[in-house]
Design a protein around this ligand. Structure first.
Ligand SMILES: Cc1cc2nc3c(=O)[nH]c(=O)nc-3n(C[C@H](O)[C@H](O)[C@H](O)COP(=O)(O)OP(=O)(O)OC[C@H]3O[C@@H](n4cnc5c(N)ncnc54)[C@H](O)[C@@H]3O)c2cc1C
Length: 509
């Protein structure tokens, strides 16, 4: 495959400042739109099977360590809209998405889980999905775990994590360390263990390029149309604002992998709307900052990894990275206590409750390029979050917390078990600061034609050569961290595509 201007070169792994290809330059057998976990896994498998693949990504192509993890630089470089994306509804909700080669895998914590067998069973039953059994999915999870390795902590958990675990143990609740897509090694200089994330730019993307795949970052697909038996992808280059312009890409097959909000936006803009964007599901999250009398947040500790699983599938609890700026952000509902962060941040940690009840729709608006996300919360959803927050408070007080600052505007600081009664049983929609990191289900797969946007393997209904391969396909909440399932389902569907392609071209498979 000849290299073209603007593509990442396999030998150097870096993108020189070059103009985008001019109109008519671009042709591929398969165009994949979006280089997050779904797109990257699919791209690698197809390129290694000998397909001519072009992987288009709206965001920049940056190394994993181009910015400090969870820093404002990282947010500016690698998040969509600088990290400010808001869903509209009775309760406001901020959601965040990666926008770079590697997508969410570059900015997330890499906490890794396989979808539980009962979740897969419910998806099969409700959406009439062929296969997708626990036994079938095992090989796909394993294959992805071989490329992007999953590890447990090499030693003791960091104090933020230990506190959550101790609190849960004292209450007799189940809490566990969640493995991560991270490899650990000892830093020669400091002697400390450090982790390196197994994000897409560290794993699947280099293998894709090694196999001859072409990566085009800084290019947003705007619209799809059929032209002469092929797909035409109207594209706008964004990498270099001075030369931003439109061009077309022609491909026999298009696989859309823009993530749970952007995939339905592209399909709907292209006039493909059946069951597209109607079934957004997400894990709503509410945070609490806990202050302890001892130091629990020393600089340089490994990321916290424990989660409480006692109340699954209704809600789970965990701990977040608690750097000084993130603590300040988490105290936004308690502005009068922000000074505490300056004085006391090594004694403070951010903890969260996450439920599975979030629902909504994704739509497009004329003359508005972003996704319009409308959310619905029932009283039951807000009660679950309220109960989860109460339980998290119990756990943190059992772990020795002396003050809790819940993410509810106007809430008092809670200083005792008795104070937990001041958390409303049903969280007030207009005052709760909700957020979400895990979004899915906007193009559910399956044979239930009243609910599913694609067939059981990601082929968009009523179209020829058009597929989806990302978190949009997952038909419901994963309950656990979703990236492992996004990758495993992309792996499964890509193998199916390769098999059908081989049969169609008369090759033996
Ligand atoms: C801060 C954060 C923390 C998280 N923590 C975890 C965790 O610890 N564990 C876990 O399992 N999950 C976690 N997640 C969720 C996980 O990252 C996502 O589930 C996963 O990345 C979804 O993969 P995807 O391929 O569906 O989409 P994405 O990762 O969103 O990738 C889609 C890519 O497509 C690109 N794109 C979109 N539209 C277009 C277009 N029109 N043209 C060209 N390119 C386009 C986007 O720029 C993006 O790079 C976290 C997410 C975030 C944001």
């Amino acid at each position: 495959m000849p290299m073209m201007a603007g593509f990442r070169h396999p030998a150097t792994n870096c993108l020189p400042e070059m103009a985008m290809p001019s109109s008519g330059d671009l042709k591929a057998e398969v165009a994949i739109i979006g280089a997050g976990p779904g797109g990257a896994v699919t791209a690698m498998l197809l390129a290694e099977a000998g397909c001519d693949v072009l992987l288009l990504e709206e965001g920049p192509d940056l190394p994993l360590d181009s910015a400090l993890h969870f820093s404002s630089d990282e947010v500016a470089q690698k998040y969509r809209n600088g990290g400010v994306t808001v869903g509209i509804g009775e309760a406001k909700m901020a959601y965040v998405e990666g926008r770079c080669v590697g997508g969410g895998s570059e900015v997330n914590r890499g906490l890794y889980s396989r979808a539980p067998a009962n979740v897969l069973a419910a998806w099969r039953r409700d959406f009439l999905i062929d296969g997708l059994t626990d036994a079938e999915m095992k090989s796909h999870y394993e294959a992805c775990e071989q490329v992007a390795r999953v590890s447990n902590l090499p030693g003791q958990a960091p104090p933020l994590s230990q506190r959550l675990h101790e609190g849960a143990s004292r209450l007799g609740w189940k809490a566990e360390e969640i493995p991560r897509l991270v490899t650990y090694q000892r830093d020669a200089k400091s002697g400390r263990m450090i982790g390196r994330k197994q994000s897409m730019t560290e794993t699947f993307v280099p293998r894709f390029i090694q196999a001859g795949g072409r990566l085009l970052p800084g290019a947003r697909a705007l619209r799809l149309s059929r032209y002469g038996g092929q797909w035409q992808v109207r594209t706008r280059s964004l990498e270099n604002s001075k030369s931003a312009r439109r061009f077309d890409l022609m491909a026999k097959t298009v696989i859309v992998a823009g993530g749970a909000t952007q995939t339905p936006v592209l399909l709907r803009r292209s006039g493909i709307t059946r069951n597209i964007g109607d079934n957004l599901r997400f894990h709503p999250m509410i945070k609490v900052v806990a202050a302890f009398s001892e130091e629990i947040n020393p600089p340089g500790q490994l990321d916290p990894v424990h989660q409480i699983k006692q109340f699954d599938p209704r809600f789970s609890m965990g701990c977040s990275i608690s750097s000084r700026p993130l603590l300040a952000l988490a105290l936004v509902d308690h502005p009068e206590h922000l000074v505490e962060v300056e004085r006391n941040w090594r004694h403070m940690g951010i903890y969260y409750v996450q439920t599975t009840g979030g629902r909504g729709v994704v739509r497009t608006l004329p003359a508005f390029s972003d996704a319009f996300v409308r959310l619905r919360y029932s009283s039951e959803d807000m009660r679950e979050l309220g109960e989860g927050l109460q339980k998290l408070g119990e756990c943190l007080f059992a772990a020795g917390a002396v003050a809790l600052y819940p993410g509810i505007a106007g809430s008092p600081v809670l200083r005792s078990l008795e104070d937990l009664k001041r958390i409303p049983v049903e969280l007030p929609k207009e005052r709760a600061s909700l957020s979400a990191l895990h979004l899915f289900s906007t193009c559910p797969m399956g044979e239930n034609e009243f609910r599913c946007a694609t067939d059981s393997f990601g082929k968009v209904r009523g179209t020829d050569g058009l597929y989806v391969s990302d978190s949009s396909l997952l038909p419901g909440a994963t309950i656990v961290n979703p990236q492992g399932s996004v990758m495993a389902i992309a792996h499964r569907n890509a193998l199916r595509f390769i098999e059908k392609r081989a049969v169609a071209s008369g090759q033996r498979y």
